[in-house]
Design a binder for this molecule. Structure first.
Ligand SMILES: Nc1ncnc2c1ncn2[C@@H]1O[C@H](COP(=O)(O)OP(=O)(O)O)[C@@H](O)[C@H]1O
Ligand SMILES: [Mg+2]
Length: 148
């Protein structure tokens, strides 16, 4: 468990995580609207070397990033607007993992089991108005998470 005191702390945690990402990584970001999922993803993209404004993928659903803009290919995904599981294969997410990583908001639209080997992060808004970050991590994350 980690308490993120303000937006900057969320960005910093994301930035450190972004530096550790490698091809095949799945990051699931859970939490209510406004919990800070996109903020954390912005930090990760910064840590991956992206220096432009990071849009929320709410409308695009999949926002792809490629070298040289990022160190490795990354798909920033928001499945909020997916309400039929049949739409998921069309997004081409499996291909991303061959040489890149995915960062996914509203990950529970994916089939059961998809996130077993992922870094599953959950953000909650505390009564004080900061954020509580909790997680479960697959074996791929041994020695990488939690951040030291
Ligand atoms: N640790 C934090 N403490 C307080 N506010 C935060 C923190 N992290 C992010 N925020 C704020 O939360 C708001 C919603 O963030 P956003 O990343 O868009 O949420 P989500 O993608 O989960 O809907 C933003 O205004 C952001 O500045
Ligand atoms: Mg968001």
């Amino acid at each position: 468990m980690m308490i993120l005191e303000n937006e900057q702390a969320t960005l910093d945690a994301g930035r450190k995580l972004g530096k550790l990402l490698r091809a095949g990584d799945k990051i699931a970001l859970r939490g209510t609207l406004g919990a800070g999922k996109t903020t954390l993803a912005r930090g990760m993209l910064e840590g991956l070397g992206y220096s432009e404004e990071v849009p929320s993928p709410t409308f695009a659903i999949v926002q792809p990033y490629e070298p040289p803009d990022t160190r490795i290919p990354v798909a920033h995904v928001d499945l909020y607007r997916i309400d039929d599981p049949e739409e998921i294969p069309e997004l081409g997410l499996e291909e991303v993992l061959v040489d890149g990583a995915m960062i996914v908001e509203w990950p529970d639209r994916m089939p059961d089991g998809f996130w077993n080997d992922a870094l599953n992060l959950e953000l909650e808004i505390t009564v004080e108005g900061n954020r509580r970050l909790t997680w479960t991590a697959g074996n791929a994350w041994n020695n990488r998470w939690p951040l030291t």
